[in-house]
Each structure stands twice: as structure tokens, then as C-alpha cells.
Ligand binder design. Structure first.
Ligand SMILES: Cc1cc2nc3c(=O)[nH]c(=O)nc-3n(C[C@H](O)[C@H](O)[C@H](O)COP(=O)(O)OP(=O)(O)OC[C@H]3O[C@@H](n4cnc5c(N)ncnc54)[C@H](O)[C@@H]3O)c2cc1C
Length: 404
């Protein structure tokens, strides 16, 4: 009896992140309510001294890399420094893996949903996504069939529409999903570059309907210390080049499929990619008589820096209610998406009060607070009980945030 108790105390079910699958998107670190997750330039790791197994980080992880566990002697738990040095997870030590009574909180504690702003479930009518068909060990190869600049030649940001064709290789995707790109080469420590994630900008039936291809919306990143590795690699690709792809990823940021569902889409810059995918899917199905509304708030610095400006403006007004916000137009006051949402508060509130409305927010991380505050302000000023509504939106898979 005593020996049994001792075993239970000494063995820890240690939470680990698989460095081979992790795409370093930072979602887990942001989600962890107790700062147990950290990273260096190479790996994301879990501090065994801090982690309480609450599982809040598990559902939002786009790859499942987060959901790894090893039974270890508590005194021999892998340190943060051990994990920083890993290329792959260590095998389970079978001597320690004798039947262990797992602490209840690891498996049974509910997800700490109040630490997650958006939904961790998909809309009820979303199609079932395929995820992780292609991995680091067995990636897919895609051929570049197009790469053109979306922003004005004079604009400071170079945002590109990049089309990838998978030929005969199955690569089924849904609007809202993303892929990982493995850029060639190694970083300064000699390790292969890690994958970067990009939202798919085309609908499920292909950038060109009926073709096995997808598109991405990629911004060329200039870091303080040089060029962003993957964005510059992608933006410089030529037609015919071959890229290495993993994924698809994402099983919650998905669109509803019931015909009377409304989409309230709020984005900035390359955050337009999933909105383009959803809008295009709905546009192609217009003839089927779907009655759901589409309302879009789209922000950029200037008109010339807004990706897809031309095609977006030519969409029928009775199909999509488009609202643009420009923050750096010469001679004009700065307007951000949250400002324009407030200007359209009556219509936003009407959508928020409708149980068929699904809200999507995508873009740079800095936009998230302002958008959430605007949603709260609009709800409260129109007599909606925001805490209740927010919880309902989250629980019903109707509030999706993807900022990076
Ligand atoms: C879920 C998800 C979806 C994403 N979708 C897209 C997408 O559709 N299109 C897209 O272009 N990017 C997208 N990204 C960002 C993308 O994964 C890369 O982080 C980005 O391209 C920079 O990678 P890099 O290798 O060029 O830069 P790195 O060599 O990795 O350097 C990163 C540096 O660039 C900065 N940085 C990262 N992104 C930006 C940015 N947009 N503007 C300015 N600085 C930035 C970082 O703060 C950091 O300092 C997404 C990220 C996530 C997590």
C-alpha cells in the first residue's frame, strides 16, 4: 500500500511539446493562463514546475504538437533547458511507464475557457476539416503557379497573392484553415528553419474552381535585423518553383454551412486571407439562394496597401456590406476597424443579436483588443448583455480570433 502511494507521488505525467510538429505560432504561450509555456529561438517548451495540466492550451493548438505527455520520475522531469535542446521528443521510458494513476486535474479539469477569448469549437454546421495530412517527416510538394503583388507599387508594404498547385496530390482544405511552409536552409544555429503558418485565401474548391490549388496572401516582412525568412522566400518565388508544405491546420476557425448563417468579418492586412476564402465560397454559391448576410470591416494604412481592393470593391453591394478603414491616408483622420465598427453600431448590434451570426477576426495581434472593446461597446449600448453574449458566442463556435 505504501509503495503504491509512493509511486503515485513520484511519477509525473509531464506535459511536453513535440518540436517536430510545432510550427512556433505562439498560440500556446498566449493561451496558458499561468505562464507555464515559454520559448527560445528554437523551441516552445513547458515548464514542469509551473504547468498544472489545465489543458487550456490544447484545443487552440493548430497542429496538436501541444498534446504530448511522458510519464517521468518527478525528480527527473525534463527541464526547460533540456527541452530547448530537442529536435524530437524523447521516447517514453517504459520502466517509468508502469500503470500510473494520473492526477485528476490533468485529464479531467475542464478547459479554462475564461482564459480563451474566442471559440475553441467550430460552428455546428461547419464541414469536417482534414488536418495534418502532411507533416515535417512526410511533407507535400506544391508548384507555384502564380505570384503577383496586391499592394500598389508605391505602397510601403509588399503583399502578394501566391498560388500553389498540388497536382495529383490530395490536399483538401476548408476556408479558415492554414498551411505550414518549410523554407529551405538553416538558421544561424545550423538547424532547419521552422515552418511558418499562412492562412489559405481560396475556397475549398480551389483558387481556380475545380483545380487542386490554393492561394495565400503573404506580406514581405522586414525584421529589424534583416529579412523575414519565410515571407521573403515566398514573395520571391517564381512560377514553376516547388515549395514544401505541411498541414492543413485548423479545426475551429471554420465557416458555418447553414444557408441563413451570417458572417461578421473583421480584418487588417493579410488577415484578409480567410475572409477572402469565405467570401469567395459564398459568392460562388450565390445562385443557391443562401440568405445569410456578409458584413466586412477591413483595415489598412492606405487604399494602396489594402490587398484585394479592386476585386473587393466590385462585389455586389447586396451580397456583402464592405466597410474600409484607413489609418494613414494623407490629410485624413486616422480610422481603424474598431472606429468604423462603432460608426456602423446599429447594424453590427443587429447581427450580434442574431443567433445565426458568426464573428471572425484576423490580422496583426495589435488589432484584437480594439475589436473586442468595440464589440463590447456596441453590444452594451444596444441593450445586449455582453458577458452572456460573449460566453454564448464562444460556446457556440461563433467567435473566432486569429491574430499573429
Ligand atoms: C495562424 C497564423 C496565420 C498566419 N497567416 C499569415 C498570412 O496569411 N499571411 C502572412 O503574411 N503571414 C501570416 N502569418 C505570419 C507568418 O506565419 C510569419 O510569421 C510571417 O510571414 C513572418 O515570417 P518570416 O519567416 O518572414 O519572419 P521571421 O524570420 O520569422 O521573423 C519574424 C519577425 O517578423 C515579425 N513579423 C511577423 N509577421 C509580421 C507582419 N505581418 N508584419 C510585420 N512584422 C511581422 C515578427 O514580430 C518577428 O520579429 C500567420 C501566422 C499565424 C500564427
Amino acid at each position: 500500500m505504501d509503495a503504491h502511494i509512493e509511486t503515485r507521488i513520484d511519477i509525473l505525467r509531464q506535459h511536453l511539446i513535440d518540436p517536430e510538429i510545432c510550427i512556433r505560432c505562439n498560440t500556446c504561450e498566449e493561451t496558458c493562463p499561468i505562464d507555464a509555456i515559454t520559448h527560445d529561438g528554437v523551441n516552445y517548451v513547458v515548464n514542469a514546475q509551473v504547468c498544472n495540466g489545465c489543458m487550456a492550451c490544447v484545443p487552440p493548438c493548430p497542429t496538436g504538437a501541444i498534446d504530448n505527455w511522458r510519464n517521468v520520475l518527478r525528480s527527473e522531469a525534463y527541464s526547460v533547458d533540456d527541452q530547448f535542446g530537442w529536435d524530437a521528443l524523447p521516447a517514453q521510458n517504459e520502466e517509468v511507464n508502469a500503470p500510473v494513476e494520473v492526477p485528476a486535474q490533468n485529464d479531467e479539469a475542464p478547459v479554462a475557457s475564461d482564459t480563451v477569448r474566442g471559440s475553441t469549437v467550430a460552428p455546428w454546421s461547419a464541414a469536417r476539416p482534414y488536418v495534418q495530412l502532411y507533416t515535417h517527416k512526410a511533407p507535400a510538394l506544391a508548384t507555384v503557379v502564380g505570384n503577383f503583388r496586391l499592394t500598389d507599387a508605391a505602397a510601403s508594404s509588399d503583399i502578394r497573392h501566391i498560388m500553389l498547385d498540388f497536382g495529383a496530390l490530395p490536399f483538401p482544405v476548408l476556408e479558415g484553415q492554414s498551411i505550414g511552409i518549410l523554407p529551405p536552409g538553416t538558421s544561424t544555429d545550423g538547424r532547419a528553419h521552422h515552418a511558418r503558418q499562412y492562412s489559405i485565401a481560396s475556397p475549398r474548391d480551389g483558387e481556380r474552381p475545380g483545380y487542386n490549388n490554393i492561394s495565400l496572401t503573404v506580406k514581405r516582412v522586414q525584421r529589424e535585423d534583416g529579412k523575414g525568412v519565410c515571407s521573403n522566400y515566398l514573395c520571391d518565388l517564381q512560377k514553376g518553383d516547388v515549395v514544401t508544405v505541411i498541414g492543413p491546420f485548423g479545426n475551429t476557425f471554420l465557416m458555418p454551412n447553414h444557408p441563413d448563417s451570417h458572417l461578421l468579418m473583421i480584418c487588417t492586412g493579410t488577415g484578409s486571407a480567410p475572409m477572402r476564402a469565405m467570401t469567395e465560397y459564398r459568392r460562388r454559391r450565390r445562385a443557391t439562394g443562401e440568405t445569410g448576410k456578409l458584413m466586412l470591416f477591413f483595415g489598412a494604412r492606405t487604399r494602396g496597401e489594402l490587398p484585394y481592393f479592386g476585386p473587393l470593391m466590385s462585389l455586389p453591394k447586396d451580397f456583402i456590406d464592405t466597410n474600409l478603414a484607413f489609418s494613414r491616408m494623407p490629410g485624413e483622420a486616422k480610422r481603424y476597424v474598431q472606429d468604423v465598427m462603432r460608426e456602423r453600431a446599429n447594424d453590427v448590434a443587429q447581427l450580434l443579436g442574431d443567433g445565426n451570426t458568426h464573428v471572425y477576426v484576423c490580422g496583426l495581434r495589435g488589432m484584437e483588443d480594439g475589436v473586442m472593446q468595440a464589440l463590447e461597446f456596441i453590444a452594451r449600448s444596444h441593450g445586449l448583455d455582453w458577458p452572456t453574449l460573449w460566453e454564448q458566442l464562444r460556446r457556440e463556435g461563433r467567435l473566432h480570433l486569429e491574430t499573429y
